[in-house]
Design a protein. Structure first.
Length: 301
């Protein structure tokens, strides 16, 4: 297990050495910090020192590696960190033992380290957006990527991340909503929507000779709409704006005559048999499979 830990430190340095960023600091490139101790990698990986190194790992504390380009890397996350994250340490190699103050004080170039950290953060955000396809993650990643410097050294990376985000199609997780319902009863009569999203319309103010001919539904997006009423079930599809107009015979089936629709008097007679109200159970389903259920109640009074 200890050999595996030491090997991982070496591997991390080898991987991070491939980066093109540069920085200069007091501790030598190719160093490892374990807690409040620091070692040259040659010393840390010498089999004769394995007990000493293992004891420091077991004692706990964060592990940081300065790669051969001078970038500090958090060994746990694999991401670059600024020199300010490095604690005060006693550095030990095969030939020397030196005390260094916190933050690796002699750093003279920090911009490259900061850029490396920002690029790593932006890349992680883009990967998260690519996996989740959630709009919130896409927006968050876009903000981080757009905040990257557009100077020449970062421009290619920034543009690549922007291109990747443009290819991410947001996952539709928003349920379709029935925004309004109106009945054509001689004239258009709007149903009242309650806080629960259900609708109600009364025939009390309509004349017996008025004809109920159609119902118009307006949804928040294009959707299929399944309506169950008086034992009759049928499914309709809205236009791209979410609107669909349905003739009453297609909703009430055999209860409604074809052609001119149903008179208010006839409908009220039916409603009398059903405690003066009929309920249309409506289910909306969008192209992404999101569903919403609501009801439209038609009352006699």
């Amino acid at each position: 297990m200890n050999k595996k830990i030491i090997s991982s430190l070496v591997a991390a340095v080898m991987i991070s050495a491939a980066t093109t960023f540069t920085a200069y600091a007091a501790m030598a490139n190719g160093s490892v910090v374990i807690g409040n101790k620091a070692f040259g990698l040659a010393y840390a990986n010498d089999p004769t020192n394995i007990i000493e190194i293992t004891n420091e790992i077991v004692a706990g504390g964060a592990i940081y590696i300065k790669n051969f380009q001078g970038i500090w890397i958090n060994n746990k996350t694999g991401l670059p960190v600024v020199a300010g994250a490095i604690p005060a340490v006693v550095y030990k190699s095969a030939t020397e033992k030196i005390k260094f103050d916190a933050a690796d004080k002699d750093v003279v170039v920090t911009t490259a380290v900061d850029n490396a950290a920002k690029i790593a953060t932006a890349t992680v955000a883009v990967v998260k957006a690519e996996i989740s396809r959630l709009k919130a993650d896409i927006d968050s990643a876009s903000a981080v990527v757009n905040a990257l410097s557009s100077d020449f050294s970062l421009n290619t990376i920034r543009e690549e991340l922007i291109t990747r985000l443009k290819l991410v199609k947001a996952l539709d997780i928003t349920d379709p909503v029935l925004n309004s319902v109106s009945l054509v009863i001689g004239q258009s009569v709007s149903a009242t929507k309650n806080a629960g999203g259900n609708f109600k319309v009364s025939l009390a103010a309509r004349k017996d000779t008025d004809m109920l001919t159609a119902i118009t539904l307006n949804a928040s997006e294009k959707a299929t709409i399944k309506i169950l009423a008086m034992g009759n079930s049928k499914t309709f599809t809205t236009d791209d704006s979410g609107k669909v107009t349905i003739i009453v015979a297609d909703i009430l089936g055999s209860f409604a005559p074809k052609g001119d629709g149903m008179s208010v008097k006839t409908l009220k007679n039916y409603l009398t048999l059903m405690n003066d109200a009929v309920r249309l159970n409506v289910t909306l389903k969008d192209g992404a499979g999101n569903e919403t259920a609501t009801t439209i109640t038609i009352t006699a009074y």
